[in-house]
Design a protein around this ligand. Structure first.
Ligand code: AMP
Length: 366
């Protein structure tokens, strides 16, 4: 099969990857930054790609609202809907629309598919997605939990089922996608029944620069008492919170090396970060029932030996116990790190969102 071109277009950047789906290999990839004109960025990308003819284009789209639970072929109506959903994802959807329009202009003959970060979580039941707020407001403004990183959670769920030799429809698991952005998902019978991000990617776990869960009254308190504008509060919670807010550093590697050197601020931040994750593990165990696997993925989940150890410590009574030697091993493939005979398998399963988008695009075409 000819390769699939995967495009992740932001407001000022264009990331692309040419993926051979038969071998799951990225043939070419690139990042064009400081984009002011997406048409120009596509010209540059085509130059960089040289003489290739992709079969189709898969676009990453962050917010698909309630209507997109699967990838869709992009037409004018889909573009209009992604544009409308910009109010729910102002930092992402406008850049996606610019990227899609640029790609349609550059490759008018190719099928273009939108793959949504929210789609996988559309199977959540009402008790997981509904907020207990005035339902007139919720209905009028589309306020509910949508969840994100869905492409990654879906890909990792599939890889986990394969690793365990199970059918996806029989998989019960908790997946921890811990990167710069971070989210947990509860998987029952292969479907997402809960996830930690919400209306926006601000809710849930402690992230690189995002707060995750806080008392919602903090927003009004900062406005009234600290005299911050609503945009200042929003920017603070999104860009100056999480590990960055706790320590000044947003990269977990920096926080970990400070903690190793005895820095109490960093030690406390790691405790806050890991305790939030434990809180979700407990909640999701109560919702799912017995699980086959607790799965770590993304930058932190795949690489931080210390954080995997800190998150799982004290969870032995839940059947979760890792083997210190297995946890130390570095590998690029899916692997088990739990002790022999533990009732829950603890796994490290690398994610690959570009490959997932390419596979979904190819599957859609066939
Ligand atoms: P991602 O968003 O999935 O690319 O993850 C990026 C984050 O992973 C970085 O901000 C780091 O905090 C974290 N990370 C990557 N490698 C390591 C490592 N070896 N140890 C700890 N954290 C890591």
């Amino acid at each position: 099969m000819r390769p699939i071109l995967v495009i992740n277009s932001g407001s000022s950047s264009l990331k692309y990857q040419l993926v051979d789906v038969d071998s799951s290999v990225a043939l070419q990839s690139g990042l064009i930054e400081r984009v002011t004109d997406h048409a120009m960025a596509f010209k540059q990308m085509i130059q960089e790609l040289g003489d290739v003819s992709p079969l189709a284009i898969g676009h990453r789209v962050v917010h698909g609202g309630s209507e997109f639970s699967k990838p869709v072929i992009i037409d004018n109506a889909v573009i209009a809907r992604i544009k409308e959903l910009s109010s729910l994802a102002p930092l992402h959807n406008p850049g996606h629309v610019a990227g899609i329009e640029g790609a349609v202009a550059a490759f008018p003959e190719l099928v273009q598919v939108a793959v949504f970060d929210t789609a996988f979580h559309q199977t959540m039941p009402v008790e997981s997605y509904r907020y207990a707020i005035d339902q007139k407001l919720a209905d009028e403004y589309g306020i509910r939990r949508y969840g994100f990183h869905g492409t990654s959670h879906a890909f990792v769920a599939q890889k986990t089922a394969e690793f365990l030799g199970k059918d996806l429809s029989e998989l019960n698991a908790i997946i921890l996608h811990l990167g710069n952005g971070a989210s947990a998902s509860a998987i029952k019978n292969g479907e997402s029944i809960n996830t930690s991000m919400g209306l926006t990617p601000l809710q849930g776990l402690v992230m690189g620069t995002r707060s995750g869960d806080i008392d919602p009254a903090i927003v009004a308190y900062l406005e009234r008492v600290a005299k911050m504008s609503i945009d200042e509060v929003d920017a603070s919670l999104n860009k100056n919170a999480g590990l960055k807010g706790l320590t000044g550093d947003s990269d977990l590697r920096d926080v970990e090396s400070r903690a190793k050197a005895g820095d109490q601020v960093a030690i406390d931040a790691l405790a806050v970060y890991s305790m939030r994750i434990k809180h979700y593990i407990g909640a999701y165990l109560a919702q799912i029932g017995p699980i086959d696997a607790l799965v770590f993925t993304a930058g932190v989940g795949e690489n931080s030996v210390e954080m995997r150890s800190q998150i799982t410590s004290g969870l032995e009574h839940l059947g979760i116990k890792i083997d210190a030697a297995k946890n130390q091993l570095r590998d690029k493939s899916a692997r088990e790190i739990s002790v022999e005979g533990a009732s829950v398998k603890v796994l490290v399963v690398p994610t690959n969102e570009e490959l997932a988008i390419a596979l979904q695009t190819a599957e859609f075409l066939s």
